[in-house]
Ligand binder design. Sequence first.
Ligand SMILES: [Zn+2]
Ligand SMILES: [Zn+2]
Length: 345
Amino acid sequence: MPRVKAIAKVRPAPGVDIIDVEEPQVRPGTVKLRVERASVCGTDLHIYNWDAWSSGRIKPPRVIGHEFCGTITEIGDGVTDRRVGDFVASESHIVCGTCRLCRLGLGHLCENTQILGVDVDGGFAPYAVIPAMNARPTSSVVPRTVASMQDAIGNAVHTVLAGPVEGQTFLITGLGPIGLFAVAICKTLGARKVYATEVSEYRIELAKRLGVDTVINPLQEDAHKMLSDCEPGGVDATLEMSGHPGSLELGIEHTRPGGRVSLLGLYSDRLRFMDMNKVIFKGLELQGIVGRKIWQTWDQMDELFTKRGLDLTAVVTHEMPFTEVEQAMQILKKGEAGKIVLSFE
Ligand SMILES: [Zn+2]
Ligand SMILES: [Zn+2]
């Protein structure tokens, strides 16, 4: 059996290694792809750091990586809707299709979800074998670097489209990659105004290239005062993407009565002392957003790229061969990057 290089967690300790693995073999219901690009996610950094979440969940050795794209080279028995030569990108959540929630059309909440590169081997390797369903056909108009990030872009699409967009005003709290994607998606879909909060000057500059109207740096400015001055009646929607309790508070305060607060950022601890009575009296809609809708979000994303001209190339700040993954992790740790894309060609 041919052997290939892959990026893997081999020991229950911080770090990742490039190791020799057997080239994965296609199985019934799966496709094999020649991985071309893969993008590094915050989750990969958690795995690299071997934090409480990843050490409790991952059983080494595990090939990591869940955001990737490539061309199908083989299809398994029983696969009828994918072909050799199709260009596809990964949906990282493998859902069962048979549980109560899957049957309700709520596959993003599947009780039996397994995650690529976490629970099963992922795509930081020249070849990956994944369920055919998880290989999402991608238009050739999408640049490969951007195609590789669609799992993450889908989080932003899901969040932005959880309510009306055209003509609406938004507050996006946190401009990590998903917040940056959300800025561009809101602008592409005709949002009237997009405000954002962020503390990193590097990310603020990226957001400006994506068309954000106003960015507030809460370390240097009074965010409450600025929002009260600019939008006295409150914004129509807040997209909370930072996992920072202060940002949630800001959103509850500055979203107009009857507006929505969509929550994607994860909080590192339980929140206390939130003014929930304000949520009630303002009639706010608080929404938890997880993953991507199976498969509606992917259809919406395709439409954004092929018909609405969504351009996210500015978010890709680094491209490097996969052998430089260590350097990629160090850059991400410093927060001086949008998305880092690895090449496996
Ligand atoms: Zn990811
Ligand atoms: Zn299910």
